[in-house]
Design a protein around this ligand. Structure first.
Ligand SMILES: NC(=O)c1ccc[n+]([C@@H]2O[C@H](COP(=O)([O-])OP(=O)(O)OC[C@H]3O[C@@H](n4cnc5c(N)ncnc54)[C@H](O)[C@@H]3O)[C@@H](O)[C@H]2O)c1
Length: 340
């Protein structure tokens, strides 16, 4: 994992003086992406206050940081936390992002998107701190083919009343709230990353029974269990390796002047779920059988058929250029999974 941190810090070194000795509040910092963000900030001599209630995060993600004097963990629900510390940056990542888990906790998912985002924004305003929110490609819902790759100005085709709506709408209301804060507090920098599927070591570390598709396939393949594809497997996703994602998020937070608040951050190589299953099987040399239509009540209506970002805005204004392809990233995840 030192390799990953080196790869990230090399790309964002030019922002080092904006990080050194500055305090970053990171909600959801014990989660997959959050913990990598904590590592990055600490490795460039910043200070981190991580707030997490561990609903989907893991102690294992941050245990190596516990003795670092620049790292402080507050184990609380961010929706009810009274926070009075001084901070320079607010990164609001807390969320319940895995579909089976947010379906299990629909109200908590909505709360963190409404109450949590409002609290995070108020802290940013009080401290005049730069603010970054991790939104999602799910705000685009199920776009038609002519909107894929999807640009930031697409409004979305989203169901507000269904199996995924607690997550999608929690992010959409967060974005609406940020819009209102931008109008009210024009001197503060508010940035929104619409993240597309991101993977890497630590993904769903303690929540493997609720794990997202890529880690579920790796787990099934390594145990030679059937690889269970929902539907026909022709639905697509675009998988971004964690180092690329953290580089994109850091640039978005730390770049001075940007003409937009919202940026897609992800990898723009589209892959079908069946291709993913085959690649995982090949790389793990697994004996697993790939089973199509493995979920009888699979909700084809709301599961996006295609998911691929147009990242030309991030390329142009952030110099964002994802480097790790799926083959390479999967090899790294498989190695990590075997070790852990
Ligand atoms: N990984 C992806 O592919 C992806 C894609 C799109 C968007 N995102 C967004 O990026 C962010 C990080 O996602 P991730 O993949 O690391 O997920 P994750 O589940 O690993 O991390 C989210 C963290 O938030 C914490 N959390 C949830 N509710 C909380 C609350 N009320 N109070 C305090 N902590 C709380 C969880 O315990 C967890 O540690 C999320 O906002 C997610 O919506 C991720």
């Amino acid at each position: 994992m030192i390799q990953e941190i080196d790869e990230i810090t090399k790309e964002i070194e030019k922002y080092a003086d904006k990080i050194e000795d500055k305090t970053f509040l990171i909600t959801g910092g014990a989660g997959f992406i959050g913990s990598w963000f904590c590592d990055t900030i600490l490795s460039l001599n910043g200070k981190v206050i991580c707030v997490d209630n561990f609903i989907s995060g893991s102690k294992k993600n941050i245990e190596h940081l516990q003795r670092n004097k620049r790292f402080k963990l507050i184990k609380k629900d961010f929706c009810t936390l009274k926070f009075n510390k001084k901070v320079d940056y607010v990164i609001h990542m807390a969320s319940i992002a895995s579909p089976p888990l947010y379906q299990l906790h629909p109200l908590q998912t909505l709360d963190i998107g409404y109450i949590g985002t409002k609290n995070a924004l108020s802290i940013a305003v009080k401290n005049k701190a730069n603010f970054l929110f991790t939104s999602t490609s799910e705000v685009y819902g199920n776009p038609p083919d002519d909107q894929v790759p999807t640009k930031e100005d697409y409004y979305g085709y989203v169901n507000s009343f269904g199996e995924r709506s607690m997550y999608d709408e929690s992010k959409r209301v967060s974005e609406a709230m940020i819009y209102s804060f931008i109008k009210k507090y024009p001197s503060i920098k508010f940035r929104i990353a619409r993240i597309f599927n991101t993977y890497g070591p630590r993904l769903d570390q303690d929540a493997s029974q609720y794990g997202r598709v890529l880690i579920k396939f790796v787990q099934q393949a390594l145990f030679n269990q059937p690889i269970t594809v929902y539907g026909d497997g022709k639905q697509t996703r675009s998988f971004c390796y964690i180092t690329d994602q953290i580089i994109g998020l850091s640039k978005l937070l730390l770049e001075d002047d940007l003409p937009f608040n919202i940026f897609n951050i992800g990898n723009d190589k589209e892959t079908s779920i069946l291709e993913l299953a085959r690649l995982v099987k090949e790389l793990t040399k697994s004996k697993s059988e790939i089973i199509l239509n493995a979920k009888p009540n699979y909700d084809i209506k709301d599961d996006p058929r295609r998911r691929c970002p147009d990242i030309s805005r991030a390329r142009k204004y952030l110099g964002f250029n994802p480097k790790i392809n799926l083959n390479e990233g999967l090899k790294r995840v498989i190695e990590w999974y075997k070790k852990h």
